[in-house]
Design a protein around this ligand. Structure first.
Ligand code: ADP
Length: 675
């Protein structure tokens, strides 16, 4: 919204005038209060009648006659008597107060003193056309004189205080506010300086600091070239891109990439968050956008990075009750993006993890026309990210980053950076000056399941239940074909809620799962609960997480992967927020939804029966391994397999015994027991 528009905006004006009115009233009251305070400390008014009485009683020392008032100064005795009289009647006028003050400060202590100071009159009364007054006063021996009319100076002072000062203050206030508003600052400066924008002259980040994400880097490399040689492209009439949208889950390095673009192009980097534009007041966001572009254009060539652009770029609502402020902000952003001149070398990068909610207008050519996907890293990407972050950390020769990468499927760049740091801290904590593979694995667990919770004391019975639960998972895993080998079983509680868990190893990273594998996963997930029921003939709350996971897989098999006989290839759900929680929405009628639930239930029941069958048939192994786990708290995959083979009478395979265990360590397919 430009200035002209803003003036026409009724909301904006209404608010502006409201504040001006309140300020004006405040200033006026203040000045009036001040003035009356100044005047209020003067003499007190009495009736003419009372004045004559005072003269009669010889209490008056001096009288001063002005054009409309008679000012009366009492004698010391008169004043004292008045004071006493008033004290008795309980009324305390301003004169009384003054008298008391004078007595306290001692100014009326002696007659000479008072005379020296030419006392202020105590009372005044209105002028009555009384021609006998002079005689009366003479008779009573009262000094009297006529007071010269108010001097011009006094009149001017009065005029200044009552009229010019308040009006002047009001006008100054008004002008100040108008100027602020017209600058686009909005009321009280909300608009201008509060939007937190960070500026880095040189980010110092290069593409080398961003690992993995090769496709994203390639697209951005082009953009850097634009910034380096705008002439080369505009020369043959190519339009330079104005903006690029980085799309991907949190922590994948979008901000880092934007910084790297600035670093590579050696231009300043401005960054701010989309939510910084959103304010209560209509028009403020728009003015911030305007400000931002103005500043950026002055600094061009430069990169402006708007994080979480979805905060302002949400699809505009045509329905009633749409967010007026956000729409105005978005409109302003669109207008600015259309308006600026790319030849100056200004490039807007924005990041979001919810691209589906963005307004299509934002993605039109000439705005954020490039969409760069910054997805979760694959195995190779994770290895590279780990290497980048391991560069500055001292590591011993046991470290195998590939194994860590294998174990952290699904982790994003920020997780991996965090793991390396945790490992380093762990090494220092143990008094070592190099990081070992063990530190790294511990860090993986800390980042994914939280720290060990040492103060959590489980009762004996609880330890037994948790052990059987975890061994149930592990045993079902070992007994089925399509599962990943067990790497570790533990019943040491973790801060993120797990009372125990089983770590599993993938042999390699997988991008596809077969129907059989998914079915096996469901059976494994329910293996914990099955063991509990089998051994203790009761069930606990510990399986909540497993049940949720099993249901999710079963549901997805039916609604998304076309893996049920009943519905076949019908797409019944679609995924929303792919880069966030990946929530699914149903695409079918209520009746079908009911049938889906039935089908899910059937699948889960079947899997649970299978888990129970497997465990019942291997009860001896279940008992032995659980007893071992209760004793040791944590057992490795090797120890687990050893007991398993002993019980089953299977010979130890030769080479797996000697194989490097790190290579086999793998993804934590968590089967935690929730609290
Ligand atoms: P996003 O903006 O996508 O949420 P950030 O760029 O803020 O993520 O990433 C946070 C931190 O994670 C970075 O400062 C960096 O240390 C690390 N990181 C994330 N992705 C990568 C990557 N691809 N290569 C190297 N470090 C990364």
């Amino acid at each position: 919204m430009d200035n002209k528009n803003k003036k026409n905006d009724p909301n904006h004006n209404r608010q502006g005038w409201g504040i001006i009115l309140v300020t004006t009233l405040l200033v006026t009251f203040m000045v009036m209060g001040l003035y009356s305070l100044m005047r209020g400390s003067g003499p007190e008014e009495i009736s003419y009648d009372r004045f004559l009485t005072l003269v009669d009683e010889d209490k008056v020392e001096r009288v001063s006659l002005s054009s409309d008032r008679i000012y009366i100064t009492l004698t010391d005795e008169g004043r004292q008597e008045e004071l006493e009289e008033n004290a008795q009647s309980g009324s305390v006028g301003s004169m009384m107060q003054r008298l008391q003050e004078q007595i306290q400060t001692g100014t009326s202590g002696s007659a000479e003193n008072a005379r020296e100071q030419e006392r202020e009159p105590d009372y005044y009364t209105g002028y009555v056309n009384d021609y006998t007054l002079v005689q009366t006063l003479e008779k009573a021996g009262v000094e009297f004189a006529s007071q010269p009319a108010d001097t011009l100076g006094q009149m001017l002072l009065e005029l200044f205080l009552t009229l010019i000062l308040p009006i002047g203050l009001m006008a100054a206030m008004l002008i100040y506010l108008m100027r602020r508003m017209s600058k686009g600052g909005g009321m009280m400066g909300i608009g201008k300086s509060n939007a937190k924008m960070y500026m880095e002259k040189e980010t110092g980040v290069t593409f080398q600091d961003v690992a993995g994400e090769d496709e994203a880097k390639e697209s951005l490399q082009e953009v850097v070239d634009f910034l380096h040689n705008p002439g080369k492209y505009s020369g043959i009439g190519a339009k330079l891109p104005k903006g690029a949208l980085l799309v991907g889950p949190p922590g994948t390095g979008k901000t880092l990439l934007a910084k790297a673009v600035a670093g590579e192009a050696k231009v300043p980097f401005f960054s701010l968050s989309g939510s910084a534009f959103v304010e209560m007041y209509v028009g403020v966001g728009a003015s911030r956008v305007r400000d931002l572009f103005k500043q950026a254009q002055q600094m061009a060539p430069c990169i402006v990075f708007i994080d979480e652009i979805d905060a302002i770029g949400k699809t505009r609502d045509t329905a009633l009750g749409g967010n007026d402020e956000r729409e105005q902000t978005l409109n302003q952003l669109l207008a600015e993006m259309d308006g600026f001149d790319t030849n100056k070398g200004l490039l807007i990068l924005a990041a979001t993890n919810r691209p589906e909610i963005l307004d299509p207008a934002l993605l039109r050519p000439g705005r954020f026309d490039r969409r760069i996907i910054v997805d979760k890293p694959d195995l190779k990407g994770r290895v590279e990210i780990l290497k980048v972050h391991a560069k500055d950390v001292r590591m011993d020769e046991s470290v195998d980053l590939e194994a860590i990468a294998l174990a952290t499927s699904g982790a994003v760049g920020s997780d991996l950076a965090n793991m390396i740091n945790e490992a380093a801290i762990n090494a220092v904590k143990h008094g070592r000056n190099v990081v070992s593979q063990k530190d790294l694995f511990e860090a993986v667990e800390v980042v994914l399941v939280g720290k060990e919770k040492k103060d959590r004391i489980m009762s004996k019975e609880e330890r037994r239940i948790v052990s059987y639960h975890e061994v149930g998972h592990a045993l079902v895993t070992a007994l089925q074909k399509n599962t990943e080998p067990v790497q570790k079983i533990t019943i040491v509680p973790r801060t993120m809620g797990a009372l125990g868990y089983v770590m599993q190893t993938p042999e390699e990273e997988k991008f596809l799962n077969t129907k059989k594998e998914l079915e096996a996963m469901i059976v494994v997930a329910l293996g914990g609960r099955a063991a509990e029921e089998l051994v203790f003939e009761t069930v606990t709350t510990g399986a909540a997480n497993d049940i949720e996971q099993a249901t999710k897989i079963a549901r997805a098999m039916i609604t998304q992967y076309g893996m049920s006989d009943r519905f076949g290839l019908m797409g019944l759900e679609s995924i929303q927020n792919r880069y966030l929680d990946g929530r699914a929405v149903l695409n079918c009628g209520d009746a079908t939804a009911g049938e889906i639930d039935e089908e899910v239930m059937k699948m889960l029941k079947g899997a649970y029966a299978e888990a129970k069958r497997l465990l019942a048939e291997n009860r001896e192994a279940l008992d032995k391994i659980s007893a071992f786990l209760i004793e040791k708290e944590t057992i490795t995959g090797k120890e687990f397999m050893k007991i398993f083979r002993e019980v089953k009478g299977i010979a130890e395979p030769e080479e797996s015994e000697e194989g490097k265990p790190e290579e086999r360590e793998g993804r934590i397919a968590m089967k935690p027991v929730s609290e």
